[in-house]
Design a protein around this ligand. Structure first.
Ligand code: FPP
Length: 261
């Protein structure tokens, strides 16, 4: 009936370690809701932004591990369309992170053949953030390794609304017949339509919700929740999530695991 999900209540340090050779299936596309930065910092008596700063180190480690394991696409929920509601100082800090991250890491990403992509509405992103992001996209566009896709000012409601508007416009312009509106027609009008749907979604930080993230694309995605705060999320935690994924049978609504994504 419903897709299986995992809740790792304890934290992965209490589970037996996973050796990469034990992973029988590697998800092509892993998407992550990187939650728990603020609580990680508050637990240490630090300001919330200290958690976001630490989070960048986790992004570096997890990108490297995903690449090492053979993941093809890693989508990271970096800033949502709802995150503008946070205090201005925190928003300003979050908008500096892509720049800081790329400043210290773009050389290595290039060396590792990583291709940077961005998914979201960039029209209201500050100029300095946009410059850094566009530079990374353009300098890595010919790379053929891991696609590192930053969801930046991303929200599914906005994404689906613009897809619906485009469909309506195409119908008005007689480029699309109403009967031709199907799953493919909608998917093709989403952001980054060339990317496959995520096979595995990980949410750190203990909350059990999707928070307006890739709602269409996650229709048949395997879900994995862990209490571990994002700054503490380690390579072993990623391997645990992929281990859980590799033990599941995906049936896509059928009986034997066949069907389409
Ligand atoms: C959610 O934690 C996290 C965010 C809103 C920001 C995510 C940003 C990063 C992980 C930084 C990495 C960025 C780049 C560009 C490499 P929260 O603040 O909601 O935590 P809480 O639930 O504990 O309050």
């Amino acid at each position: 009936m419903f897709g299986k999900f995992s809740l790792n209540k304890k934290g992965n340090s209490e589970l037996p370690a996973v050796n990469p050779s034990e992973l029988s299936r590697i998800p092509e596309h892993v998407a992550i809701i990187m939650d728990g930065n603020g609580r990680w910092a508050q637990r240490r008596g630090l300001p919330r932004i200290a958690g976001h700063r630490e989070a960048m180190k986790t992004v570096k480690r997890i990108t490297a591990e995903a690449q090492h394991l053979g993941v093809k696409v890693l989508t990271l929920y970096t800033f949502s369309t709802e995150n503008w509601k946070r205090p201005k100082a925190e928003v300003d800090f979050l908008m500096k992170l892509p720049e800081q991250f790329l400043h210290s890491y773009l050389v290595e990403l290039k060396k590792n053949n990583v291709q940077v992509q961005v998914m979201g509405d960039l029209s209201i992103i500050p100029e300095h953030t946009l410059l850094a992001v566009n530079q990374a996209i353009s300098e890595t566009k010919n790379n053929s390794g891991l696609i590192l896709n930053f969801a930046l000012n991303y929200g599914s409601y906005a994404e689906l609304t613009q897809a619906i508007k485009r469909i309506a416009q195409d119908v008005l312009d007689r480029k699309l017949a109403i009967d031709a509106i199907d799953v493919q027609a909608v998917s093709a009008r989403l952001l980054n339509p060339e990317l496959p749907a995520p096979d595995l979604l990980i949410r750190t930080g203990g909350e059990l919700r999707l928070s307006n993230f890739m709602l269409w694309q996650l229709a048949y995605t395997e879900l994995y929740f862990t209490d571990v705060y994002w700054p503490d999320f380690a390579e072993e935690d990623l391997r645990q999530a992929i281990h859980s994924f590799s033990e599941r049978q995906r049936r896509y609504g059928g009986l034997n695991g066949g069907g389409t994504k």
